[in-house]
Design a protein around this ligand. Structure first.
Ligand SMILES: *Cc1c(COP(=O)(O)O)cnc(C)c1O
Ligand code: SF4
Length: 358
């Protein structure tokens, strides 16, 4: 018998008929599914978390195609080529995206358990306009030859959809490269298909090794977190894998103070450490998800910093072709002179500390 996660993949909800078993499909959702030529799909597990009657359910908004995807006023064409520096002089295999000197993103698969409508890699993952060649061995050879690479971020698609055997091979080979100090896996599966975290997977990628594995998942709304995810995270940690979160800031989904705060507190309750909140990138066809650039910093100011546990504080970043640019709230320093700094806290109170000449 196939493992449960494999069955989930075989039964991906990707037709109107299958979707109707989970929700009362609205007229506009139906129109988008019938009109748009787009790859979509939801794991049955994640589909079961959708609100049956509310089309504004945050999971429905992230998962079900929308006619709004046809609008593209602010998105950039060939976004990924720009973002991943694919047009530069340095010769690299298609599977390697590089923005930094000491670390790279290594794309190992194009499929996902769910196809997020806001995906910044949609040209590759959803529209499949960008055709790239993903060859594990080609990537491994490139990394072996580049001794400055100490941190390898394994991405996709969703890398945890590789079989246990393939993952064991990939992670094992990376661990053999002397200059590789750490491996990071970007996977949405702990949230959208927690059944994937099996004993076999733990054996394939976990354990006490010289090279640790860190995993960053993507959770954007407290509604995405269940007991199953809590257990999956615990299982990952039990074999030495740290779990962080990279959320995407999205209009109408998590851009209000209450949801934003509850998301970060709920992540900590199940042992996930918030790492980044991303501004929704300028990929084509996702204008409707985008907020103002400042919104994320304002939310950190109004919902998190000072208001709650320091561990709940992600860094808000704008992902660009030259790297991730942090954008912090800017209210802290009210005044500065030769003698002292005047500082403000989250309640608007001020205090002073001496300015030491540098
Ligand atoms: C995001 C990213 C990284 C990792 O960035 P960190 O800030 O170290 O998490 C590395 N390479 C590429 C191409 C990336 O997009
Ligand atoms: S799981 Fe990640 S790569 Fe896949 S569609 Fe969602 S955001 Fe894109």
């Amino acid at each position: 018998m196939a493992e449960e996660w494999v069955e989930q993949m075989q039964n991906q909800v990707n037709t109107l008929e299958k979707l109707e078993k989970f929700i009362n499909v609205s007229a506009s959702e139906r129109e988008a599914i019938e009109t748009l030529d787009t790859r979509w799909g939801i794991s049955p597990y994640f589909a079961s978390l959708m609100d049956k009657d509310d089309p504004n359910c945050p999971i429905r908004m992230q998962m079900i195609p929308s006619m709004k995807e046809q609008v593209n006023q602010f998105g950039m064409t060939d976004y990924l080529v720009w973002k991943e520096n694919r047009a530069t002089e340095e010769v690299r295999p298609d599977c390697i995206a590089r923005q930094y000197h000491d670390r790279i993103a290594f794309t190992v698969i194009e499929t996902c358990a769910v196809y997020c409508r806001h995906c910044f890699r949609k040209e590759l993952v959803i529209d499949q306009e960008l055709q790239l060649r993903f060859d594990l061995d080609e990537g491994l050879t490139w990394i072996t030859e580049h001794t400055e690479i100490r941190d390898v971020l394994v991405t996709g698609g969703d890398p945890l959809l590789l079989s246990d055997e393939k993952l064991e091979y990939l992670i094992g080979k990376l661990r053999e490269i002397p200059h590789v100090e750490m491996i990071r896996i970007g996977s949405r599966l702990p949230i959208v298909l927690p059944q994937r975290i099996t004993e076999g997977l733990k054996k394939a990628i976990g354990g006490f090794h010289r090279v640790p594995v860190w995993l960053n998942t993507q959770c954007n709304h407290p509604k995405e977190i269940t007991e199953k995810t809590a257990k999956a995270v615990y299982e990952l940690m039990s074999c030495g894998i740290n779990v962080g979160n990279q959320a995407v800031l999205m209009k109408g989904i998590n851009d209000d103070v209450e949801t934003f705060k509850e998301l970060h507190l709920k992540l900590l309750r199940i042992r996930i450490r918030p790492y980044y909140v991303f501004y929704c990138e300028a990929a084509p066809g996702i204008d409707h998800f985008r907020t103002s650039v400042e919104k994320g910093a304002e939310l950190i100011r109004d919902a998190l910093r000072g208001h709650t546990t320091g561990l709940a504080q992600p860094m808000y970043v704008l992902a660009t072709n030259i790297g991730k640019i942090p954008l912090m709230p800017d209210y802290y320093i009210v005044d500065k002179n030769e003698k002292e700094y005047t500082l403000r806290n989250h309640k608007g109170e001020t205090t002073k500390i001496p300015n030491i000449p540098g």
